[in-house]
Design a protein around this ligand. Structure first.
Ligand code: DX5
Ligand code: ZN
Length: 224
């Protein structure tokens, strides 16, 4: 896969945690990566999973794993996630006082680095780090839970990031996470996002395969 291409990244947060392999298999044909939400109960109120589960997911899918760390001190866990099999790893700007060091650490561990920003964090805060990143994750809800309402202010952040990357000649992918549905997708495509994380719109649907296919079709994504 070359960067950046439009793709669907199903978020396993809304899948059945007792049947993750089954749920991944249902959507794999329409997905470019699997999005794994790691929450610690400190940076966000919710608690989910860690490297041992990521290692099991890695064995159960051929797709790259995209781990979104919503945790404090993410730098402490880079080695563990690399060992577990993460391909893409994003850390939150708000959780990293030494963001440059953390991003370098992700690359040194052989993963592709991304930085996630909360709804209230401006894209300008990434100006200096942008050339070191493979992707930026724009949160279009407050992190911590699936099924929240899309915040439209993220659209302007996405187009601004695209412009910043273009002006610098960077191969940066812009990922959007939160409230991605068939209703919000057209505006996100217009804004120029590349990677679309969707949880409840897929795994909350009666037929997750059909839901993933519909979203992938809308973004013109095909597995090659
Ligand atoms: C929220 C997570 C998302 C979540 C999105 O903090 O980062 O990945 O699964 O869920 P939906 O698509 O339901 O908004
Ligand atoms: Zn996420």
């Amino acid at each position: 896969m070359s960067l950046p291409v439009r793709l669907l990244a199903p978020s396993l947060l809304s899948a059945d945690f007792a049947h993750l392999a089954r749920d991944m298999a249902r959507v794999e044909a329409y997905s470019g990566m699997m999005h794994v939400d790691v929450m610690d109960g400190h940076f966000v109120p919710n608690i989910t999973l860690g490297p041992p589960v990521v290692q099991c997911l890695k064995a159960a899918t051929s797709l790259p794993l995209d781990c979104h760390l919503m945790i404090e001190n993410p730098g402490r866990y880079l080695k563990a996630f690399a060992k577990a099999g993460a391909t893409y790893l994003s850390v939150h700007q708000e959780a990293c006082p030494h963001l440059h060091r953390t991003v370098q650490g992700i690359r040194e561990e052989g993963m592709r680095p991304g930085v996630a920003i909360n709804p209230a964090t401006p894209v300008d805060s990434l100006e200096v780090i942008l050339p070191d990143l493979d992707f930026v994750l724009v949160m279009s809800v407050n992190p911590g839970f699936g099924g929240q309402k899309f915040l439209p202010a993220s659209l302007e952040k996405i187009s601004k990031l695209r412009k910043m990357a273009q002006a610098r000649g960077l191969d940066l992918a812009v990922q959007v996470d939160g409230g991605v549905t068939r209703e919000t997708l057209p505006a996100l495509l217009d804004a120029g996002a590349h990677w679309f994380v969707a949880g409840s719109a897929i795994f909350g649907a009666p037929d997750p395969t059909a839901a993933a296919k519909e979203l992938a079709d809308m973004m013109g994504f095909r597995r090659s």
